[in-house]
Design a protein around this ligand. Sequence first.
Ligand SMILES: Cc1ncc(COP(=O)(O)O)c(C=O)c1O
Length: 432
Amino acid sequence: MQSALDRDALHPALQDPVLSSISFLNDIMSRYPDAISFAPGAPHLSFLADFDVARYVDRYVDHLCRERGHTPDQARALLYEYGPSRGLINELVATALRLDHGVTVSPDAVVITVGAQEAMLLALRALCRPAVDLIAVVEPCFVGVLGAARLLDIGVVAISETGDGIDLDQLETACRAARANGQRIRALYIAPDFSNPSGSILNIDARRRLLDLADREEFLLLEDNAYGFTASGEQLPTLKALDTDARVIYLGTFAKVCLPGARVGFVVADQIVRAADRPERLLADEITAIKSMVTVNTSPICQAIIGGMLLEHNGSLAALGHEKATLYRRNLALLLNELDQELSQGSGLPTGVSWNRPAGGFFVRMRLPVRADLALLELSASTYGVLWTPMSYFHLGSTGDNDLRLSCSYLDPEQIEEGISRLGGFLRSLSP
Ligand SMILES: Cc1ncc(COP(=O)(O)O)c(C=O)c1O
């Protein structure tokens, strides 16, 4: 018989439910193919239907030839060979940040990554020393960050979400407690614009107070702006735009606005790193060094697709996201409206069911009077044909055990209507 490895002798993160959360949801979706799934935070498929990869790659090659002085052969070689670890489309990303958010950074401060997920992992690795440095997160928190921290053996401190974003008093207390314990909170991860999973937003006053606190307590901010493009009307300024002291490391993804399969994201890290024995560098240089040992470089062909898309929209990511944002806002409004109709008072709903009303993003958080655990999800899928995401994955403790997340991005209007009707049936079955 083949000898086996003992799971307890592997990295302990492998036993953390966070690491199996995505494969678990994929598994349950494949076991119930007819269920309507409010689980995936994936872009709507209509945007990918006629996706013309060649057109975007050609557009980028054309840019390299016309504006960067490459011959067609040189340009193509750039796409087919290994590439620089920092990336190829850094200048285009810096331009998009300037056009869309009024953020001016040097292209050298940008590192193009394999999705925002790699950006998080690299930034955490660069920032945190073993055992001493912790990260704080706003709870509930995107699983990708929790998983990355777990893999890197970085301790995580949960800070509660409030109506205007985050409990800053609790964060301040946590910074002091860490210091008293010989540790330090190195950075706070936050998605100020329609967070995943709860759709919350940090108001302008809270943004300013958070930056002040970061200055006072000397921690950095990891700002994730995956969903800001869905805002209706004027977007609030990003933390990075308000940042005057290089406190903010900005994480970006092209998954929601371009295409997730390209796996392209980026990190902006314009912090200066000083050392006695060498000239100053940027934090982006350190992150690039780590990347050179993780994924080496982000696929140049995939960067060319994203580059071509940006160029077709005059360099603006916001312009690229405009049409998509309209669909996501329509879906979110419909989801909330259907919840209001289906789950109105007197509809036989058990007491203790409530949900929030985000103004943008992909997600709505719902609270149940019972635990929204895997057994309940299985029942919801098998008997009522509707899927959702248990929120326990997004919490460190047990505070989110009764919560679930509904995502509206992937579905058509008829599916949202039918799905909420099914969800209503399932919720009424919970009545005592
Ligand atoms: C808040 C947030 N950040 C980042 C990501 C991941 O981005 P990427 O696909 O570029 O790794 C997601 C994906 O769902 C997300 O919800």
